[in-house]
Design a protein around this ligand. Structure first.
Ligand SMILES: [Zn+2]
Length: 141
């Protein structure tokens, strides 16, 4: 682990907007370190910069799957309704079905890094874990 400037550390349960911004940028929720994903489906756990253990418990990433489900179903619903409105009464039902199946089968994998970091940010913002002590503030000298 490297020395972390105190301004980069976000205490548990505070600054929810900043936490969510870090999730959207695929960064560690505590220290803001990026480059957490060596590949699309693997994550450096714990954080290589601050040592935060991301997977708190077995089944932890189910929350990331819920985030992915919400994003994908929301996008699908919007595009479905938009296509219907734009093409009525000749709605291309077969094309909608095929595109819908392809998108819902591939998008969860493609957005996996974002859904994981967004889930970690939400989890950290709303359900602080008492089991992981914060690292002591370090001087930048
Ligand atoms: Zn970190």
């Amino acid at each position: 682990m490297t020395s972390i400037p105190e301004r980069d550390l976000i205490p548990r349960g505070s600054q929810r907007g900043r936490l969510l911004a870090r999730g959207l940028r695929r960064q560690c929720p505590r220290c803001g370190a990026g480059d957490l994903f060596p590949s699309l489906l693997t994550i450096h756990d714990p954080c290589p910069r601050c040592g935060l253990v991301f997977e708190r418990e077995e089944g932890y990433w189910l929350g990331a799957m819920i985030v992915a489900f919400a994003v994908i179903e929301g996008l699908f619903g919007l595009s479905f309704v938009a296509t219907m409105l734009l093409t009525w009464p000749d709605v291309p039902w077969t094309a909608l079905l095929i595109v819908g199946l392809l998108v819902t089968a591939t998008l969860p994998i493609l957005i996996s890094p974002w859904t994981r970091t967004i889930w970690m940010a939400l989890d950290r913002a709303f359900m602080p874990a008492p089991d992981q002590p914060e690292p002591p503030p370090r001087s930048s000298a």
